[in-house]
Design a protein around this ligand. Structure first.
Ligand code: XMP
Length: 302
């Protein structure tokens, strides 16, 4: 793939010099590789995990525990209240993405000002750029960084696709939990909440994703997605009043996320997963399996 790790590490060192660098570390393979490259470059690095309420279950603990033995002390910056205050009640999908992006980079702007850092390092990859070109607002590309006081942004993976980033991760000796990890979008669970953003809906998909990822692991999927309906539906839990949410589950095979094949589970697995998802909360009334390929669909819902 023509990617030379040592050359990239050298380039980071040259661009950063003695300045402090802040890394946006979500725990996905892209941001993890970008962070490790900066660490290997020996720059003055601070890695932040931003908890914006749209992360996976127990995600900060996972990230901290992966990076501590590698010599990186990942700091937690919780912006849950701020993010929820901005996003709860929003139904328009473009607004969801743009408001998320604003709060996200505003946070990094503040961290940069407070720490006196000179730049931000992030794991933007080629697919992010391609998605933007296809008209989908990405959380990390096309951002007016200057507006947030972020003067320099380093993106050492911007020419690579996901499978190539995984190769770099393996070469760097990152643990399998990272190099083989399923992708998770920057705006996280936000992209899986249909209709109005509500805290209780996010809580349900966070729990649902943990269950679905575990149950579907035997299929070795590229990505598992659990989304939630906005309209309330009937179920045998309460026949008279449609007052339950519908969880939508999908698992896909893919190499680079540009195309994907929807997985159809066995009857046995579907039944077991359905039971487990219904058990998360009596607010769940139905489970819908979505095996649509990409194209025509996208992997995420928003
Ligand atoms: P779609 O839904 O466009 O997703 O088929 C393709 C891949 O990109 C991820 N994705 C995102 N990742 N910021 C990200 O970091 C985003 O705004 C974003 N939107 C989609 C998605 O999870 C899938 O792996």
């Amino acid at each position: 793939m023509g990617y030379n790790i040592n050359r990239e590490i050298k380039k980071i060192k040259e661009r950063v010099g003695e300045e402090r660098v802040i890394s946006a570390l979500s725990g996905g393979v892209d941001s993890s590789v970008a962070t490790i490259l900066a660490y290997r470059a020996g720059v003055n690095l601070e890695a932040y995990f931003i908890d914006d309420y749209f992360r996976k279950k127990d995600e900060y603990i996972f990230v901290r525990n992966i990076f501590a033995p590698l010599g990186i002390d990942v700091k937690l910056e919780s912006i849950q209240d701020e993010m929820l205050a901005v996003l709860e009640g929003v139904s328009d999908n473009t607004q969801k993405r743009s408001k998320f992006r604003h709060v996200f980079y505003n946070t990094f702007g503040k961290l940069i000002r407070l720490s006196g850092a000179g730049c931000l390092i992030q794991g933007t990859i080629k697919a992010d750029q391609k998605m933007l070109e296809k008209g989908q607002l990405q959380h990390n590309v096309g951002v007016d960084f200057g507006k947030y006081g972020i003067k320099k942004v380093i993106e050492p993976l911007s020419e690579l696709y996901k499978h190539e980033v995984r190769e770099v991760a393996r070469e760097l000796g990152l643990p399998k939990e990272i190099s083989e990890r399923q992708p998770f979008p920057g705006p996280g669970l936000l992209l899986r909440c249909l209709g109005e953003i509500k805290k209780e809906k996010i809580d349900l998909i966070r729990e649902g994703l943990a269950v679905a990822e575990e149950e579907l692991a035997s299929y070795n999927p590229f990505q598992v997605v659990v989304a939630i309906s906005d309209d309330l539906v009937c179920s045998m839990r309460d026949r008279a009043v449609p007052d339950k949410y519908m969880l939508i589950v999908r698992a896909v095979e893919s190499r680079d996320a540009m195309t994907a094949k929807g997985i159809i589970p066995s009857q046995e697995l579907k039944d077991r997963l359905e039971d487990k998802l219904m058990n998360i909360s009596n607010k769940v009334g139905r489970v819908l399996w979505d095996p649509t390929n990409k194209p025509p669909a996208t992997i995420e819902y928003i």
